[in-house]
Design a protein around this ligand. Structure first.
Ligand code: ADP
Ligand code: MG
Length: 717
């Protein structure tokens, strides 16, 4: 039993570099480094990725197909053979224990090494998934542990108590580090140091969800107890792993909760609703707001009229009408003599917002400007001057808006579009450009609830869950690229009926030049060979801003029938008369992007078509993505599918978003734990004395440790 440690000294021990641990020499140290393990804490959190059930060694005659089993036996034969049809080489070993025989097979191996290893007469323990094809059971690529010569199973077991009669961890290893050595190291480390992992989550919370304290959880995740269920272990649902994951989520959510609370307590700029601009705009709009838009606008109004700054996320599927909601919010700010900043992740998007907003604002006699990377130094200086003096009411731009020299006279509202491409940091920078301005973030990319709880956990959420009326469903078809005629026929028919079409090319290589070349050549080919009687326009990232505007305007005014484009039109373009979206090399796009692109059609009264032209040789993942597109048009279903196919890590790194990483948690598997942890953490953070009560001292300390400098606790009152 180690002495009771203070929180501080246990932290200190956990950060011990591994070279200071007895038994860890330079060679081993290097191996561990390769696995990303450099401290004791890293090692404790490197959990087995699988387990081997050695509670029972089964007779070969009693092996059960479809299970992972451990058996003991002697090698009767070992040889290289070939499969009859494909003539692939196989290494096969026959093992017997007297009760029966089993065949071990390897399909990938190093010939000399394997021949030496499996010589007749050797005895060993084997573990793997049992399969049954013919009379004899089989196991492919089993784990093997040979017994020293002349040693019986009984005495071998007696002299290795660590590795028998229990469930053994299987670690993810690098070459040159065997399971045997790894088990020894992790056994020593967990025995001695797991108790240093202090996690001051209140006991009543642990009890409520049937969780165990962190040290015990880590210990058991490495070395499960005799009674553990192998099934639960393999699915990551065992009590130990649940406890570790809950712990990770809890501190994440506690940080978010405090940040939210801190922001809520700050003094903001309370707006008054005087309808100076919002009313005239409502009069000019060619449509009525949907009930969902009105509800969200109501939520925004309530926020901005309160004495505290707004921090709200508006989530709405492609085409749900977020732009107008943002514009209304902007006018509220301008009515209150403050300025508005709109930040978008790309130049194209920023330009589109600019072109969208400008006509409305100009008709209200308000100044709107675009800050783009391509503005000349003189233009830029004038713009920055106008901004500082307050002559500009609304500024649209990319990250450039976040630069230090961009100063507002009085920023009242910051709007961030496509929030998923920005991190928490950018939001903080924007907030500092004013005195606690209101912040509105919008995302068109629907994200699964578990992910939004993590990424936007500190924001209040509004959802536009209704489409404007008069939308028609979009028909999606997969078209193999060697049979493009089906696609061209649909386009011809639609153009003859007076509609318009988009044809989109992916970024072929990571260079704008080749990107441009593919689109240019395609446009020429289409104009001369396929659609000679139609007008074709070309849009790509290398056009100047006014050239782009000219092409887009021509398409809007139906002076162009087919708009050939690189992915620049991905987001925001709005031409209701366009009914066909043809996507070339659709297999190269992600689901979110395909969904965005498809959202460009089906905006008017006419049926829309989305034609996904793909290579017949695309990967399994790509095929799955395309099939999801055919199956559903619901953005949230698409987002869930994306999470399933790609896994949460790739979808969005939490680190990129400025949040702590997860070591064990998996958003896909552990969503329900995230919600539980969130409930508890938010509840705790609401306590008035949470930041002062000495009872929570260790909890606060642990929070600081987990978040490092990412948590601006200083802003908390
Ligand atoms: P997104 O949410 O993808 O940004 P937009 O704001 O671009 O969507 O809106 C999509 C289209 O729907 C635009 O043409 C917009 O003018 C139109 N629209 C927005 N709100 C309504 C509404 N209430 N009724 C009819 N059309 C609307
Ligand atoms: Mg939009």
């Amino acid at each position: 039993m180690p002495p009771l440690l203070s929180y501080q000294s246990s932290r200190h021990i956990l950060s011990t570099p591994l070279e200071q641990i007895r038994g860890v020499g330079p060679r081993l140290l290097e191996k561990l480094r390769q696995m990303g393990i450099s401290s004791l804490e890293d090692a404790l959190y490197t959990l087995p990725y699988r387990y081997e059930d050695r509670r029972e060694i089964r007779k070969i005659a009693c092996l059960r197909a479809g299970r992972s089993e451990v058996f003991y036996g002697e090698i009767l034969a070992a040889s290289e053979t070939q499969t009859p049809r494909t003539r692939k080489k196989i290494f096969e070993v026959i093992v017997s224990d007297g009760s029966g025989q089993i065949s071990l097979k390897w399909f990938r191996y190093q010939r000399n090494w394997i021949k030496n290893r499996f010589s007749i007469g050797k005895k060993g323990l084997f573990n793997g998934d049992i399969k049954r094809f013919g009379s004899r059971p089989e196991v492919h690529h089993p784990d093997v542990e040979f017994l020293p010569e002349g040693v019986s199973l009984q005495s071998h077991m007696a002299s290795n108590p660590l590795t028998f009669g229990r469930i053994l961890p299987v670690y993810p290893l690098t070459e040159g580090l065997s399971q045997k050595v790894a088990r020894k190291i992790w056994h020593d480390i967990t025995e001695t140091y797991a108790s240093c992992l202090m996690s001051p989550i209140p006991v009543d919370i642990l009890e409520k969800y049937n969780l165990m304290p962190l040290p015990a959880a880590i210990q058991q995740a490495h070395w499960p107890t005799e009674k553990a269920s192998l099934e639960e272990l393999e699915e990551g649902r065992d009590q130990a792993r649940r406890s570790i994951v809950f712990d990770e989520f809890f501190f994440l959510e506690l940080g978010l909760a405090l940040r939210r609370r801190g922001m809520i307590l700050e003094e903001g700029i309370p707006f008054q609703v005087n309808h100076l601009y919002t009313k005239p705009l409502s009069g000019m709009l060619p449509f009525k707001l949907t009930a969902a838009q009105k509800r969200v606008l109501g939520e925004i109004k309530r926020d901005v009229m309160s004495p505290h700054p707004m921090n709200r996320l508006v989530q709405g599927d492609v085409g749900s009408g977020k732009t107008i909601v943002a514009l209304m919010a902007a006018l509220l700010a301008i009515e209150n003599n403050t300025q508005v900043a709109v930040v978008a992740p790309t130049e194209i998007l920023a330009e589109q917002h600019f072109f969208n907003f400008r006509p409305w604002l100009e008709s209200l006699n308000l100044q709107v400007r675009l800050l783009s990377g391509s503005s000349s130094p003189t233009d830029r200086r004038i713009l920055l001057d106008d901004l500082r003096s307050g002559r500009i009411h609304l500024l649209v731009g990319t990250h450039a808006v976040l630069q230090e020299n961009v100063e507002f006279k009085r920023l009242g509202l910051g709007i961030i579009d496509e929030q998923h491409r920005f991190g928490v940091k950018q939001r903080a920078v924007l907030r500092k450009k004013g005195e606690n301005p209101h912040i509105l973030v919008m995302t068109a990319t629907p994200i699964p609830r578990t992910l939004s709880l993590t990424l936007y956990g500190d924001l209040a959420l509004s959802v536009i869950d209704e489409m404007p009326p008069g939308r028609t469903p979009v028909t999606t078809r997969l078209i193999p690229e060697n049979h493009p005629k089906a696609a061209y026929d649909i386009i011809s028919r639609e153009l003859e009926a007076g509609r318009q079409a988009y044809i989109v090319y992916p970024l072929v290589e990571e260079s704008e030049k080749s990107d441009l070349k593919a689109a240019t050549e395609a446009a020429e080919h289409l104009a001369t060979e396929i659609f000679p009687q139609h007008r074709i326009g070309l849009l790509h990232g290398r056009l100047k801003s006014d050239e782009k505007e000219a092409v887009m305007t021509a398409f809007k005014n139906q002076q162009i029938d087919i708009l050939v484009s690189t992915t620049v039109i991905e987001v925001g373009i709005d031409v209701p008369n366009a009914t066909v979206m043809l996507i070339e090399h659709a297999e190269r796009f992600g689901l979110a992007q395909l969904h965005q692109l498809r959202g460009r059609v089906g905006r008017g009264a006419h049926r829309g078509y989305c034609l996904l032209v793909h290579s017949p040789r695309c990967t399994e993942d790509a095929r799955q993505r395309l099939e999801v597109m055919v199956k559903t048009t619901d953005g949230f279903q698409i987002a869930e599918a994306d999470l399933q196919i790609r896994g949460p890590g790739e979808l969005m790194g939490t680190r990129q978003a400025g949040l702590p990483d997860f070591r064990v948690a998996n958003l896909l598997r552990d969503g329900y734990l995230l919600e539980q942890a969130r409930d508890e953490a938010f509840h705790l953070a609401e306590k008035k004395d949470f930041l002062s009560n000495p009872d929570y001292q260790e909890l606060r300390q642990a929070l600081m440790d987990r978040w490092g400098d990412r948590l601006e606790l200083a802003t908390v009152a």
